[in-house]
Design a protein. Structure first.
Length: 290
């Protein structure tokens, strides 16, 4: 009797857990659609912006703009790690933190002083547990990031880079490929190295009549390019979080279903054995009275 009661309690408990995970899966599926739409809307703009900057950059202009400055030696770098504020997303945050620790370790081994800036409660909790000194910790950015959020993250670092207090700025985020593929990615946002900025850039720039001049256009576009890179990192991480949580909750729901099937079979067998035993006792008692 006690065994069947315990099985019934476990079946009820796991059934309630499965309802929760199924609901979370549905919520993440709904949020994933909107988040992925933001990602797909941001990518073409970022690509074209990089192409424009790449066509305008030439060696002379590189010397004029602090954001294009290539340091002779890297003494101090900033690492911005973007994670989520919530868990229950499988290994999503763990993979991002591992990527950040690998980069930080490589920089420190090269003798570089590293500033750690964190976006997301999960990474903040981890690095504080590890007694790491954090130069910045942001937990107020939601899963619907805005350009203002990106500006608030990168602008102080951009100012430090322009002033020469930083030599490099890295952003670690999740790359959203699909709901099932969200690998961690390291992106160096400063100094700026636009996608098409190569040795042919001067000849391409000379094929255009520019108004205003190329240097004035770059003066406006370079800060925008840096902010947009961080904005893309935020929206891709948000979409990747929902994809990872949806996958994790679907796996949890499926596993709960498998466990329920096993428990129900075990309960039915135990109940059948109990009924058989009761019938045998009744028959035995009746036979003893004859």
């Amino acid at each position: 009797m006690a065994k069947t009661l315990e099985l019934k309690r476990r079946i009820r408990s796991i059934g309630k857990t499965r309802q929760i995970t199924r609901t979370m899966e549905m919520v993440s599926t709904s949020k994933l659609k909107r988040a992925s739409d933001r990602v797909h809307a941001a990518r073409p703009y970022a690509t074209r912006l990089g192409e424009v900057i790449g066509r305008l950059i030439d060696p002379e202009l590189r010397e004029q703009y602090p954001l294009l400055r290539q340091p002779e030696s890297v003494r101090r770098a900033a690492v911005v790690l973007i994670t989520s504020n919530r868990g229950l997303a499988g290994a999503f945050n763990t993979n991002l933190i591992r990527e950040a620790r690998t980069l930080i370790g490589r920089l420190r081994d090269a003798g570089v002083e590293v500033e750690i800036h964190i976006v997301g409660k999960k990474a903040v909790s981890f690095f504080r547990y590890k007694k790491e000194q954090l130069a910045g910790a942001r937990t107020d950015i939601t899963d619907k990031p805005t350009l203002a959020d990106a500006m608030s993250v990168i602008e102080p670092l951009r100012e430090d880079f322009e002033a020469g207090r930083l030599d490099e700025v890295y952003v670690i985020h999740a790359q959203f490929r699909s709901a099932l593929s969200t690998p961690p990615t390291t992106m160096k946002v400063l100094p700026v190295a636009a996608g098409n900025a190569d040795t042919d850039a001067p000849s391409r720039a000379q094929s255009y009549i520019l108004s205003p001049s190329a240097d004035e256009i770059l003066n406006r576009l370079l800060p925008l390019y840096v902010r947009n890179s961080v904005y893309r990192a935020l929206v891709e991480t948000a979409a990747a979080e929902h994809g990872a949580r949806r996958t994790a909750m679907k796996n949890a729901t499926d596993n709960a279903g498998d466990i329920l099937d096993q428990l129900n079979r075990t309960y039915n067998r135990a109940r059948q054995a109990q009924i058989t035993q009761e019938i045998a006792e009744i028959v035995g008692g009746a036979a003893a009275l004859e």
